[in-house]
Structures are given as structure tokens and as C-alpha cells.
Design a protein around this ligand. Structure first.
Ligand SMILES: O=C(O)c1ccc[n+]([C@@H]2O[C@H](COP(=O)([O-])O)[C@@H](O)[C@H]2O)c1
Ligand SMILES: Cc1cc2nc[nH]c2cc1C
Length: 360
């Protein structure tokens, strides 16, 4: 608990003066004011996070937290539980969705077993197992409060290590059958939203199975009565080890002043928990895409951020992060390589007028 508490305390606000400096540069580039839209906002925030107007060598890593979720026994997933173990192993073979997209942008992967109900004999999987899967949230708490703290601390420590190795742009991914159920429960617990609004079909369900999943989330909330004002209590009662571990990654990234990307519904549940633990963390987070899971939009609203893309993806694994990495790198290329008005020797009235308009 000490490590978590200290980490939360160390988080600082963004460098406001660097954001202002970045906007001066952005508004002086050879383009109409605001014409590079979201890229400009990303560039300004990157300056506020890192203290550099240009970050040209971004070393990228996606942390994938893998864990089983006891609620799978309620029949809330179309996939058998074994898929967690199989896909976790496949991350190390380069053949899953996230592997192939990460390769496109030279991002590395960190595969963490934080609670898979299996033993791995694979040096590429980091063993941080807290237990072999959580308990069934429809019957009682997923885990003890101290286990949730431990899982969060695993995430912080993993990020601390990655930062020491020079990684300065992080992504978040997960693998855990039934974790769209726990994520929906976490969202309901931390908001005033009802399960029938935020529960989706996850990896795929029939209408009947979907209605049953809504009932399971309602029961989980009813049985556990998570404390809306205590995100750790929420994680322990209706969350999972995967979500808790990722929550730690967001805390670790903010503590180390490193930008961190959200993938889908599950990693946004983790981000929401982190932001509730310390609202300053929000400024260090970039959501990549809007997951097709219906609760994803509510998750974004609760966090208060807008995703960059909508690709109707709902794979998880961190598979959306490489696309955001590309866009973040584009924002840095803009800062580094675009000419300013002075460089471009553009002195015609039209562009000068546009610049003056902004000042009005
Ligand atoms: O991140 C998302 O938006 C997302 C949406 C639907 C499914 N998933 C992935 O599918 C698994 C969870 O689906 P389910 O139906 O078993 O809850 C889990 O391993 C996630 O990585 C992920
Ligand atoms: C193959 C497969 C890969 C996944 N990755 C995340 N969830 C998944 C579910 C399945 C079934």
C-alpha cells in the first residue's frame, strides 16, 4: 500500500508553460490556425507531459495484463476460459492481432501473467501471478482489498522498469476471458449508469446470453455493494486482476511523466479507476479508438477524454494502441519538421490575416 500511496503522491500536473510554448510554435507553423486539429492538441499535451516541444525518438511498449476472471462460470462469455491461457502464450509467438500491428510501428510488448489460471513455462511471459484467477463476482468479491492493491502495485512496478529501460510511450492491453463483464461492473460502480446501458456482447453472445450477462452484472453489484468513492474497493469487489494491473500502469506512467495510451473497453475501465484515484492522471492518457462495446462511449465520458479513432474494433489485447502511436508520432513529426511562417517566407496578407484572427 505504501508504494501505491507514494506513487499517487508523486504525480505532478503538466508543465503549463511548455504547453503555452508548444501552442506558440504550433500556431506559427505553415498552416491555417487549428488546421491540424487533434494532432495539434496531442502535440501540446505531449509538451506538457514531457517538458520537450519535440519528442522525436519515442520508444514504445504495450503492457498486456493477462488474468482469468471467476465470473466466467456464469456463462457470460462466448469463449471458453482456456482462451486466456492460449492467447497469452500466443502473444510471445508474434501471431495475435496486437503483435502484428505493434510490429508495424516498432512497438515492443510486455506480456504479464498477473493471474492466469495456468502455469507457463515461457521466459517471454513475466510471472507476476497474484493468484490463479479471481473469484466469481456474482457470488462475492473478486479478491481481497490487499490483493487489488498488490495488483495495482505490479502495474506501477512494471512501468517503472520500462521507463528505466528507456521506453517513453506506453500502451495498455489485456487478455482475460469474461473481462468485459467485470469492466461493465466497474463502470456501473464508479458512475450512476445502469448495467443494461453499459453491458455489451464482449467477444460475442446470443441475445439470450446477453440478457443473462446484464443480470449477472446487476447481481454482482447487488451482492458486493462496491463503494463508489473507493476505486480500490470497486476493483477488489467487481473488477479483476487484469484491470487492477492496468490501473497501476496508468498511475506509473503519470508518476514517470510518460504518455500512456488506452486500447478498448477493459483498459479504459482501468484508466477510469486510475483517474478516480488521482484526477491528474487524466492528462497523461491518450485513448486510441472507440471500442465497439456499447459501454465504451460512457467510459470515455466518465474519464473525460475523446478517442482519436473509431475503427469498430473490439479485440482488446492492446490492439488499438499501435494506431495511436502512429498518430502521436505524427504530432511530433509536425513539431520537428514543419516550417514556421518565417521559414516558409510566407508574408502574403491572407496568412497574416489568419494569424491575426486568432489573436482577436
Ligand atoms: O477491449 C475491448 O474493447 C474488448 C471488447 C470485447 C472483447 N475484448 C476481448 O475479449 C475478451 C473478453 O470478452 P468476453 O466476452 O469474454 O468478456 C478479452 O480477452 C478482451 O481482450 C475486448
Ligand atoms: C482468438 C481470440 C483472441 C482474443 N484476444 C482477445 N480476446 C480474444 C478472444 C479470442 C477468441
Amino acid at each position: 500500500m505504501e508504494f501505491l500511496r507514494d506513487s499517487l503522491k508523486q504525480i505532478q500536473p503538466l508543465y503549463e508553460e511548455k504547453i503555452e510554448e508548444a501552442w506558440q510554435r504550433i500556431d506559427n507553423l505553415t498552416k491555417p490556425i487549428g488546421s491540424l486539429g487533434t494532432l495539434e492538441k496531442i502535440a501540446a499535451r505531449m509538451a506538457g507531459i514531457t517538458g520537450n516541444l519535440v519528442n522525436s525518438r519515442l520508444k514504445k511498449n504495450i503492457v498486456i495484463m493477462c488474468a482469468d476472471n471467476g465470473v466466467v462460470e456464469e456463462g457470460v462469455s462466448a469463449c471458453p476460459k482456456d482462451i486466456t491461457r492460449i492467447v497469452t502464450e500466443n502473444f510471445t509467438r508474434g501471431i495475435t492481432g496486437v503483435c502484428v500491428f505493434a510490429d508495424m510501428v516498432q512497438a515492443d510488448l510486455t506480456v504479464v501473467d498477473i493471474g492466469v489460471d495456468a502455469e507457463f513455462n515461457n521466459t517471454k511471459i513475466i510471472n507476476k501471478k497474484i493468484m490463479r484467477g479471481t473469484k466469481n463476482i456474482a457470488k462475492g468479491p473478486a479478491m481481497e482489498y490487499r490483493e487489488a492493491v498488490e495488483a495495482i502495485e505490479v502495474g506501477i512496478a512494471i512501468v517503472d522498469e520500462l521507463v528505466k529501460k528507456g521506453y517513453n510511450l506506453l500502451g495498455t492491453g489485456e487478455m482475460g476471458i469474461a473481462n468485459t463483464t467485470t469492466s461493465a461492473a466497474v463502470l456501473c460502480a464508479l458512475s450512476n449508469l445502469e448495467p443494461d446501458v453499459v453491458v455489451g456482447k464482449g467477444a460475442g453472445l446470443t441475445e439470450e446470453q446477453y440478457r443473462h450477462k446484464i443480470e449477472v452484472v446487476k447481481r454482482a453489484l447487488d451482492v458486493n455493494k462496491p463503494n463508489q468513492n473507493d476505486p480500490i474497493d470497486v476493483l477488489a469487489k467487481v473488477g479483476g486482476l487484469d484491470i487492477a494491473g492496468l490501473c497501476g500502469c496508468f498511475i506509473g506512467a503519470a508518476k514517470n511523466r510518460v504518455p500512456i495510451v488506452i486500447d478498448g473497453f477493459i483498459s479504459s475501465a482501468a484508466a477510469l479507476c486510475a483517474v478516480r484515484l488521482n484526477p491528474k492522471i487524466k492528462d497523461y492518457i491518450f485513448p486510441s479508438h472507440l471500442s465497439a462495446e456499447p459501454g465504451a462511449i460512457y467510459m470515455m465520458k466518465e474519464i473525460g477524454l475523446e478517442p482519436m479513432l473509431n475503427l469498430n474494433m473490439r479485440l482488446g489485447e492492446g490492439s488499438g494502441c499501435p494506431f495511436a502511436f502512429f498518430i502521436i508520432e505524427a504530432s511530433q513529426k509536425m513539431m520537428r519538421d514543419m516550417g514556421s511562417f518565417e521559414d516558409a517566407n510566407i508574408v502574403n496578407n491572407f496568412l497574416i490575416d489568419i494569424r491575426e484572427e486568432k489573436a482577436i
